[in-house]
Design a protein around this ligand. Sequence first.
Ligand code: NDP
Ligand code: PYR
Ligand code: MG
Length: 543
Amino acid sequence: MTVVLTPYYTNGVQKLRVEPQAPPPPPKGLVPPVHNEAVHALRCMAQLRSKDKGIEKYIYLSQLKHADENMFYRLCLQNMAEFTPLIYTPTVGDACLQHSHIFRRPEGIYISIKEKGKIGQILRNWPRIDEARISVVTDGSRILGLGDLGVNGMPISIGKLSLYVAGAGIRPSSTIPICLDLGTNNEKFLDDPLYLGLRQKRVPDHEMAAFMEEFMEEMAKHFPKLLVQFEDFSTENAFKYLGAFRHRYPVFNDDIQGTGAVVLSGFLNAAKLSSAASGQPLTAHRILFLGAGSAGVGVAMQLTSFFKLQGLTEEQARNQIYLVDSQGLIYEERGPMAEHKKYFARRDYHGPPLTDLAEIVNYVQPTALLGLSTIKGAFSQEVVELMAALNPRPIIFPLSNPVRLSECEFHEAVEWTNGRVLFASGSPFPEQEHEGRTLYPGQGNNMYIFPGLGLGAILCRASAVMDSMVEAASLGLADSLTDEERSLDLIYPQLERIRDISAFIATRVIRKAQAEGVDRATDLRKLSDAELTNFVVQKMWNP
Ligand SMILES: NC(=O)C1=CN([C@@H]2O[C@H](COP(=O)(O)OP(=O)(O)OC[C@H]3O[C@@H](n4cnc5c(N)ncnc54)[C@H](OP(=O)(O)O)[C@@H]3O)[C@@H](O)[C@H]2O)C=CC1
Ligand SMILES: CC(=O)C(=O)O
Ligand SMILES: [Mg+2]
């Protein structure tokens, strides 16, 4: 797309706004004689499909997005199931690992600790300041399950924002991928001459805290209409900075809140099927988590508040949840533990440490087993068969990303439960044929939530992202299954419908923002539900 630079003034200072301009018709003879968009779309898909490695496809799509954004998003929307694993997990994991090697051109803002004291100057260099609405910010310290990747985390911000555009129709020019460079403890990268980030270890906590304060303050100053999504911060910092900023700025943490919402939604739909088979009420479900980090605890909190909504007391709700970390079952008498685990530490277990997952399953007798541990294969045949012996329809969600870190694979879960499993994974798996039936795996990934949640928060100009808004996104997603999807036992809707789903979620999020009084676009309050949905759909950008 070509652009024009239009002068404008802020506080008497002249600035330049970058505006898109329809390209002039190409001069005769400088394009082939037969060239039209529809055929070119076929050509692009053929070029994409001619590549056999995921990372090659990723590179091709990145260059297509740069060269012809409209074509990229048009094809993405038409081929969601094919594009998502390429621009997002699992391939984005490889793109992050190799970012410094496959880097072609900058995309987004890199801000390093060296810029402390002048972060505002860096932000002012962004060419589309007035249009900025959503930023995905990572410090690269826990990228998917791949650990500390430093500035190689940038593709995660880029990938999530591409899904905001494709999935919720946020204007591409309103998105800002940001990667903060606070050093890295990844020795391999520090020794790599091609590594794009600072060659230093991560800075101490107090330096990071001062940097984050300045960063958020300058973000709010320069981008007053911006919603910030924190992504893939290491566990402790994920909780710390969500807590520090969520009541001061419109910000949410995708790994804690987005994951909590998407898993609650899938759990609800799975639990209905499971309860129908077992005759147990929803509130009788016992949920065992392998992994008690930002995602595990985020999901556990979301489930607890759901159980409370169902009428359980806080104590009863918390009692339905069991967490396991690298030391085994988390219980109070185990000794000192990280702050974020304490709330869920079991008060009713007094024995020796329980570390073997099969033994823990035998003790807990869970109806649902959720994996957010990054431990490939942790749901062994023994564990899955135990779940199948305990439950007519066991709920098994191996949610770790990327796909090679999944706690088990779909075909294993199908085989070991004789096709009875209710399954969702973080990254996609292919469907399976079982005894003449096609079984479909769910993809329990926060990508179903953040586009709609973000769109709703942006459109009503929410001053904060409240828990009730996140919960509304989750329940909205659960309700968005069609009859046909339910008849196939799906627990998440088909990805091809992501735009409809996002509109549905955004509408519910706006209503909750209004109920909480955090909506600044108060004129939306007077719209009926139908008018509000219509407004949301009208606002979506289309390629
Ligand atoms: N599907 C989705 O939408 C999402 C998936 N994820 C995925 O979830 C995974 C975890 O993310 P996150 O919570 O942020 O990461 P964290 O690093 O915060 O947490 C990982 C947790 O796993 C535990 N763990 C590590 N090894 C073992 C082991 N051998 N046995 C049992 N537990 C173990 C850790 O224990 P300890 O505390 O003792 O170190 C920790 O509690 C990642 O793969 C990530 O990609 C994350 C967000 C969204
Ligand atoms: C999906 C996601 O946010 C993660 O794996 O970290
Ligand atoms: Mg994440």
